[in-house]
Design a protein around this ligand. Sequence first.
Ligand SMILES: *[C@@H]1O[C@H](CO)[C@@H](O)[C@H](O)[C@H]1NC(C)=O
Ligand SMILES: *[C@@H]1O[C@H](CO)[C@@H](O)[C@H](O)[C@H]1NC(C)=O
Ligand SMILES: *[C@@H]1O[C@H](CO)[C@@H](O)[C@H](O)[C@H]1NC(C)=O
Length: 240
Amino acid sequence: MLQAQVFLWAYILLFFPASIVAQGLGVNWGVIASHPLDPKIVVNMLKDNGIKKVKLFHAEHDILTALSGTDIEVMVGIPNHSLESLSEKYSVAQAWVKANITAYMGKKGVNFKYVAVGNEPFLAAYNGTYNDLTLPAMKNILKALNEAGVGKDIKVSTPLNGDVYITPTYKPSDGIFRHDLADIMNGICEFLHKNNAAFIVNIYPFLNLYQNPGFPEPYAFFDNDDSNSMDDHGVKYCSV
Ligand SMILES: *[C@@H]1O[C@H](CO)[C@@H](O)[C@H](O)[C@H]1NC(C)=O
Ligand SMILES: *[C@@H]1O[C@H](CO)[C@@H](O)[C@H](O)[C@H]1NC(C)=O
Ligand SMILES: *[C@@H]1O[C@H](CO)[C@@H](O)[C@H](O)[C@H]1NC(C)=O
């Protein structure tokens, strides 16, 4: 993932007084850094700033240990390169869940809420490498969570990149899934719906802002500034 993103989030985090942090705000906690902080310090920073949700890109032992016994909600990621073995062999999914989820549960355990299977696996730049692996891997992980008795509390999803979606007109209501992904996305949506799990899409409004001259600045933030809002069949959009 983008290191820049991690730093940006950390930056925002430092400047939000705890009192105005929204309930729904969470942070991505990446570890590709030149000077990684001690996980215990990071956990204290999260608590001090009222951050109640974090997403990890790997099931890092030291981080999960530091999160144990807190009520911070955790989404834990599985890297793309694991999708092949997870999709092929249920036993690999069982082992993953045992080593990286159930090992941290119980009294004073980690408050897991989601397993994110792969990261933006359908990104066009990956040339379809993970197209047929992602849903089978998600199914195996869910099956293993269910078998371990935690599938009701810990949901399974896959964070997508915004490029799964295209719109010929820029209007949200004209949006469709990319043609090469239509069947796959139908399968993913059915799975998510059936299991009451969230559709997750990573958006990078700050990249849009810096890469596209003329991109309306208010669209990159979430403060409901409607100076550039778009009306789409009676629905008003004020941000990305
Ligand atoms: C996702 O897959 C791509 C292509 O194999 C890889 O470069 C990238 O590091 C992966 N990202 C994660 C978080 O696994
Ligand atoms: C998760 O579990 C597997 C066992 O299946 C193990 O090989 C792996 O190192 C564990 N940790 C991470 C970060 O995936
Ligand atoms: C995708 O294809 C392009 C062009 O053939 C190649 O340069 C790139 O390395 C490929 N990426 C992956 C993740 O296979």
